[in-house]
Design a protein around this ligand. Structure first.
Ligand code: AMP
Ligand code: ZN
Ligand code: FE
Ligand code: FE
Length: 276
């Protein structure tokens, strides 16, 4: 059976494999189809698309958009079955998200410096791919390299998570705006790991706003949650997807742990075609 993994990160955000390395590893893991879904950037998509055929791997352009609903952060996966994601409006929105990520890193570094810790924005940037998006994991790695903490977990626990002294919030797109942005670019919008970013009753609002699907299969979902979200998807008329959210060796190495039957990918593609 052909299987897919629709949630994967690369060095273009906080993953440890380059997009080309990811295609090779995905083939080795027995996958037929992958979606590259870096945080707020599609910088890795072109090289993954170029490398895929070598491994007889279908590569779906994607992105994991960081959004806001009420006081919560949620992650929206967007998938594209043509080149609509290259449109100026969508690229402009990604560029804006990239700038707010940068500004946030500058503010985090300032807070760490104010506590007497030596660290520069260049140190953080050195942990990320040139064209990729910066995130707190890159700060955490830079703190480890500078010897301020022993592990990235310690960096989050002591400094970087909400409530800690170097936590900085940032502006995010509303989920409503993100869904319509994805639709205008010809994509389908899927709520990522609802078990991690609980939206609960808010899910119905997202459906009313055009949400296409929900990520049912995710390594951090319990079997009970998988069944709940599957039933909920059936109730609400949502498509169902799954992905490992792999970040590569040394991060969260989960490639191959979610094996989504191809029929779910076909349904996503059909949803897009039905809207044309
Ligand atoms: P950002 O997008 O910059 O807010 O960073 C979020 C990313 O940081 C998540 O996707 C996780 O990979 C990672 N992360 C968040 N919280 C923790 C934590 N407590 N320990 C380790 N990594 C974390
Ligand atoms: Zn990540
Ligand atoms: Fe996520
Ligand atoms: Fe992710």
């Amino acid at each position: 059976m052909r299987v897919a993994d629709l949630h994967l990160h690369t060095t273009c955000s906080d993953g440890s494999r380059t997009p080309a390395e990811l295609t090779r590893a995905a083939h080795a893991a027995g996958l037929a189809t992958i979606a590259v879904t870096d945080h707020d950037t599609m910088a890795g998509v072109v090289s993954a698309l170029a490398a895929g055929p070598q491994w007889e791997l279908e590569v779906i352009p994607g992105v994991e958009l960081t959004c806001q609903v009420a006081d919560r952060e949620l992650h929206l996966l967007a998938y594209f079955f043509d080149d609509g994601w290259q449109a100026a409006e969508f690229q402009t929105a990604l560029a804006r998200a990239g700038r707010t990520r940068e500004q946030r890193i500058v503010a985090i570094v300032e807070k760490l410096n104010a506590r007497g810790m030596r660290l520069t924005v260049a140190d953080v940037r050195a942990e990320a791919a040139a064209a990729g998006s910066l995130g707190r994991p890159h700060v955490a790695q830079a703190l480890v390299k500078r010897g301020h903490v022993r592990s990235t977990e310690e960096a989050f626990d002591r400094f970087l998570r909400p409530g800690r002294p170097a936590y900085v919030d940032r502006e995010r797109m509303s989920a409503r705006d993100a869904i319509s942005l994805v639709h205008r670019a010809g994509g389908v919008a899927v709520l990522a790991h609802p078990g991690l970013n609980r939206v609960d009753a808010g899910l119905r609002d997202l459906v009313a706003q055009g949400l296409d699907g929900v990520e049912v299969w995710h390594p951090k979902h319990t079997p009970v949650q998988v069944n709940q979200y599957r039933a909920l998807a059936a109730d609400l008329g949502l498509l169902t997807t799954g992905g490992s959210d792999d970040h590569g060796p040394g991060r969260e190495a989960l490639l191959g742990t979610v094996r989504l039957p191809e029929k779910h990918v076909t349904a996503l593609r059909s949803r897009r075609m039905a809207r044309c």
